[in-house]
Design a protein. Structure first.
Length: 294
């Protein structure tokens, strides 16, 4: 915001030391709307029309579900330059229950024309993703966690919209994952490697545009692919990969892992809810063995 005076921040019912500091430093460029997400997105569209670059930031669940019509009609139809950041992706807002979970946002937003959909794997990737979103002209949605997630990078990674990074190379099976669930995939891959099974792991941080070249190159080599996401399997990255495979004509063994057409109504912390829905490292390891026929 110091470098670019066109950037403005719009928040809903969010409070933190960092947001207080932004408000103190830029009192005329931070607008707090309270619990009014529809108005929040509508105002962002108006600010974009005035050549500002609005960053909308609040719970992903309330942005994508409550304000969906405003994202579609005000932002996407007009192709306005609005950046929407939804935090608490997946079941990161664990014990608040399914009203606060964000497990359908990819399906809802992937279908919208003009929308770019990004999903950093960890804290270190969030910075280059946000910078790329700001540099891009047009609507962008970024789904992030809460900050307590496992870090999967040693250094800040490079990021390009429309490109996916292969964070591990192997010849036996392909994993395609998005968001911080990739930490569980890496742990499962370590278990497989101990048994002589080597996995390709693709970090799908750019969901739309979709990097079909990287995905198909891996699947052609391994012939087996599992998609893993903290999201419903219907309409998520599993659907995107399935569409890609079907259109390519490649024959392969394929499995989707995520929430199986159900809400996460179980009570528990983040790791507990993932385990109860077969998204733990152990469950991913077991699924790989099933797909490999071992």
């Amino acid at each position: 915001m110091k470098k670019n005076n066109r950037l403005v921040l719009l928040t809903a019912d969010d409070e933190s030391e960092e947001l207080s500091r932004i408000h103190s430093d830029f009192p005329d460029r931070h607008y707090a709307f309270g619990i009014a997400e529809c108005n929040l997105v509508g105002a962002a569209a108006g600010l974009s029309k005035l050549s500002f670059i609005p960053i909308v930031y609040t719970y992903g669940a309330f942005l994508t579900y409550r304000a969906y019509e405003f994202i579609r009609c005000d932002v996407c139809i007009n192709n306005y330059n609005v950046k929407i950041v939804g935090w608490g992706s997946g079941v990161k807002v664990n014990n608040y229950g399914p009203t606060h979970h964000t497990t359908e946002d990819i399906a809802l937003l992937r279908v919208l024309p003009n929308m770019t959909l990004l999903s950093p794997a960890s804290q270190k990737e969030t910075e280059p993703v946000l910078k790329a979103a700001i540099a891009h002209t047009g609507p962008v949605y970024i789904r992030i966690g809460k900050g307590f997630e496992t870090e999967v990078f040693t250094d800040t990674p490079a990021f390009t919209i429309g490109k996916s990074e292969k964070i591990r190379c192997g010849k036996d099976i392909t994993f395609v994952a998005t968001g911080n669930i990739i930490a569980n995939v890496l742990e499962a891959a370590d278990m497989l490697e101990a048994k002589g099974i080597h996995a390709d792991i693709i970090n799908l941080s750019s969901i739309k545009p979709f990097d079909k070249d990287t995905v198909l190159e891996s699947i052609r080599r391994t012939g087996k692919v599992i998609t893993v996401e903290e999201h419903q399997v219907i309409g998520g990255i599993g659907s995107a990969v399935a569409e890609c495979i079907a259109e390519s004509g490649i024959q392969c063994s394929f499995m989707r892992m995520g929430f199986l057409d159900k809400f996460a109504t179980e009570y528990g912390w983040h790791k507990d809810i993932l385990a109860m829905n077969n998204l733990s490292p152990e469950s991913i390891h077991k699924a790989a063995h099933t797909l490999l026929g071992k």
